[in-house]
Design a protein around this ligand. Structure first.
Ligand code: TXA
Ligand code: MG
Length: 343
């Protein structure tokens, strides 16, 4: 297929026409990549099993990894679930719309393809105006994983989407860079305390301010069948560039690591977050991507996947990077980086 690159025009009349076109593609069972506040998603009508199967095919995603269903209203949410956990309203009031995905009991309207046969469906109400407008106009909930090839870094621009999926999807709606830069937080609130299955755009601290103590799911370290994982995406090598990712405990340790890698004769890249005052004297040939200020985790989240993709494009053998602490969006950054570094 030819992938249409639909750049969103500023003029409101033209904007309506583009959104109407994209919504028509969704209703007809096609695939449209669209911006959300976290990353770009690859959308299909969540109630159409054939369209949903196309999403898996376009991404080369295994059928066992379920999709998030995106809604634009509470009425639409009610169509995809059969019952809501008792804390749902309290949490939805605080974080919906926004970068939070909640597991709920699925309704019979949701095909098995979406949930990989699980009894729960993951629901999210994005806050990005383009995402909201697309869902609303399509008039159906939209199932959407991140719009990357399975296992690759998630896309934060339309160019990233096209790099992975050009010719495999019907259209991409281009509204520039996304704001958060890492995916939504996936949470199971049916258990006590609630459990973060995937850290993301809503921090553990922000959730705890609303509901009290919240746990973080740690997938088993031994190889485990996906059916036995609380969240299938949790246990795998993921978000990975082609280059090897080498992690250090601090920016200073990254400097030493890069010197060692160069001595080994490797073409090293570095995703560099340091203090502004002092730029290290890097060995000749090192590819440096400025990541942001160490400690400004929101800033680093916005630039994480951009940086991994950019360094990959420069053809480095290995990407050196410091691992942020478990604080604010640092928890999500640690999760993505440790998964990217897994062999
Ligand atoms: O920010 C985001 O969440 C983006 C945008 C597009 O909304 N979407 C996204 O989707 O990151 P995806 O498919 O790349 O990641 C969804 C994660 C996977 O790790 C999947 O295993 C988990 O959510 N998940 C989905 N449904 C689930 C369910 N019913 N039970 C447990 N985990 C589920
Ligand atoms: Mg993904």
């Amino acid at each position: 297929v030819t992938t249409r690159h639909l750049v969103l025009p500023a003029d409101s009349h033209a904007l309506h026409a583009v959104l109407a076109e994209a919504a028509a593609v969704i209703r007809a069972g096609g695939l449209v990549a669209f911006p959300t506040e976290t990353v770009y998603g690859l959308g299909a009508n969540a109630l159409d099993a054939t369209a949903v199967r196309r999403v898996f095919a376009a991404k080369d995603r295994p059928a066992w990894d379920p999709l998030i269903v995106h809604v634009s209203s509470r009425a639409m949410l009610d169509r995809v679930c059969s019952s809501l956990p008792c804390r749902f309203d309290e949490i939805a009031r605080a974080f919906m719309p926004g970068p939070l995905t909640i597991l709920v009991s699925r309704s019979s309207a949701v095909p098995d393809e979406v949930t990989a046969g699980r009894a729960t469906v993951a629901v999210r109400m994005p806050s990005h105006p383009v995402a909201q407008a697309l869902i609303e106009r399509a008039g159906v909930p939209i199932a959407a994983p991140s719009a990357n090839r399975f296992g690759r870094p998630s896309p934060t621009t339309a160019a990233h989407v096209l790099a992975d999926l050009d010719g495999r999807i019907d259209a991409v709606l281009d509204a520039g860079s996304t704001d958060v830069g890492v995916e939504s937080t996936v949470v199971d609130i049916s258990v006590d305390p609630p459990l973060i299955l995937r850290p993301g755009g809503v921090s553990r601290e922000a959730l705890e301010a609303v509901v009290g103590r919240v746990g973080v799911y740690r997938p088993p370290l031994v190889e485990t069948p996906v059916e036995a994982l609380a969240s299938p995406g949790a246990g795998i090598r993921h978000y990975a560039p082609r280059a090897r990712v080498a992690l250090a405990d601090s920016p200073r340790a990254v400097e030493e690591m890069v010197r060692d890698l160069c001595e080994e004769g490797l073409h090293a890249g570095v995703l560099w977050a340091g203090d502004q005052e002092r730029e290290p004297a890097w060995p000749a040939g090192v590819a440096v991507h400025p990541w942001g200020r160490w400690g400004a985790w929101d800033e680093l989240a916005r630039e994480l996947f951009v940086g991994l993709r950019a360094l990959d494009a420069r053809g480095v053998d290995v990407i050196a990077c410091a691992l942020p602490p478990e604080e604010g969006l640092g928890l999500a950054l640690r999760d993505r980086l440790t998964k990217a570094a897994r062999r």
